[in-house]
Design a protein around this ligand. Structure first.
Ligand SMILES: Cc1cc2nc3c(=O)[nH]c(=O)nc-3n(C[C@H](O)[C@H](O)[C@H](O)COP(=O)(O)O)c2cc1C
Length: 354
């Protein structure tokens, strides 16, 4: 199916992202699935990602993968990026995705204050907010930078094509970006530039552990999982300060997480958050948020709007999240106009795994 006859248009075109060739402009958004007992991705996990890669997804981004520090997360079925069985499991995943011409990025994750205190270890946060969490010392900061560096090294050995740093949704890195949770008075808190210093340090640490040619993607958001109205940047100028710090530290691609891709990021312009990211930094960006959730999307003005924004260079790639849970072949089917074989997203799809 060519771009001219499919409703998906230029989204089906091969492209390159920071030098990485991709078979389409579709990304699989990172989605936590809790299917990796002991932190080790199973053959079922490899088959799950392969199924999306062989059905038109150019770049798979894994679910959040915990870096190897006890404070990163406690959930035992969330995968980890550590040497040993987890690395072997990830090698199987990257082999399967590559076997079908796909590319795959590992999303590195530290839950910060969203981690529950377990075994007497409190959650680690910038300033002890939310309450009962442990405000990170400078020594703690160094330990987490080392954990990210080590995890990136494991990702390289396991065959990943790229690394994504999760700095969105209210988890540790975003807690540094957000003034509500970052009340530090040292060089890691205060102005937007200071709040960006720790996430930028993580980017630098990851950069040192991966080849110069490997794309480093940074995912960020205004909203928090527990506060949709929260913001890290009140204006384009504040956002520019934060994203410039990411770019200087070595970010190659910005992944701007929004709940709906068409929502303007700031008053006075229709540009979305990914659009602002590219506009302010010149870096390629990924947009996401409510793309394709219903079958009707494929014959709606919303798809026209998405394609028009892509054509205008607002962003480079489009991520699909929930629709891929129950429709692993969504891109293939939509490209062929086989709408009857697609079903709308339903919450119950989150309980399935295939
Ligand atoms: C079940 C589920 C798990 C998710 N887990 C993650 C995650 O681990 N990391 C992340 O950055 N976003 C995560 N997200 C957010 C998605 O990546 C995506 O941004 C969101 O679902 C919006 O895209 P959509 O409307 O296409 O689903 C998750 C979303 C869902 C539904």
């Amino acid at each position: 199916m060519t771009a001219t006859t499919s409703p998906l248009g230029a989204l089906l075109d091969p492209t390159t992202l920071a030098g990485l060739p991709l078979k389409s402009r579709f990304v699989m958004a990172p989605m936590t699935r809790l299917r990796s007992p002991g932190g080790v991705p199973t053959p079922e996990v490899a088959a799950y990602y392969r199924r999306r890669a062989e059905n038109g997804i150019g770049l798979v981004i894994t679910e959040g993968v915990l870096v190897g520090h006890p404070s990163a997360g406690h959930e035992t079925t969330v995968p980890r990026m550590t040497a040993g069985p987890a690395e072997d499991g990830w090698r199987r995943v990257t082999d399967e995705v590559h076997a079908v011409g796909g590319r795959i990025a590992a999303q590195l994750w530290h839950l910060g204050g969203a981690r529950q205190p377990v075994d007497g270890i409190a959650a680690w946060t910038p300033s002890g907010v939310p309450g009962n969490s442990h405000p990170m010392t400078l020594t703690d900061i160094d330990a987490i930078l080392a954990a990210y560096r080590d995890a990136a090294g494991v990702a390289v050995r396991a065959g990943f094509d790229a690394v994504e740093i999760h700095a969105a949704h209210g988890y540790l890195l975003d807690e540094f970006l957000w003034p509500y949770t970052n009340r530090r008075s040292d060089r890691f808190g205060g102005s937007p530039a200071a709040r960006a210093a720790f996430p930028a340090g993580v980017i630098r640490a990851v950069r040192t552990a991966v080849p110069a040619t490997m794309p480093v993607i940074v995912r960020f958001s205004q909203f928090k999982e527990r506060d949709y109205a929260a913001r890290i940047a009140e204006s384009p100028a504040e956002l520019a300060t934060i994203l410039d710090a990411f770019a200087t530290a070595g970010a190659d691609v910005l992944h701007a997480s929004q709940r709906t891709f068409s929502t303007p990021a700031f008053p006075g312009s229709p540009r979305n958050l990914a659009g602002w990211a590219t506009h302010l930094t010149g870096l390629p960006s990924i947009t996401v948020g409510s793309v394709g959730l219903t079958r009707d999307f494929l014959r709606s003005p919303a798809l026209d709007d998405l394609l028009r924004r892509l054509d205008a260079g607002e962003f480079d790639l489009v991520a699909l999240g929930r629709i891929l849970l129950g429709n692993p072949a969504w891109v293939t089917l939509a490209a062929a106009g086989r709408l009857d074989d697609i079903h709308d997203y339903r919450k119950a799809d989150e309980e399935t795994y295939f």
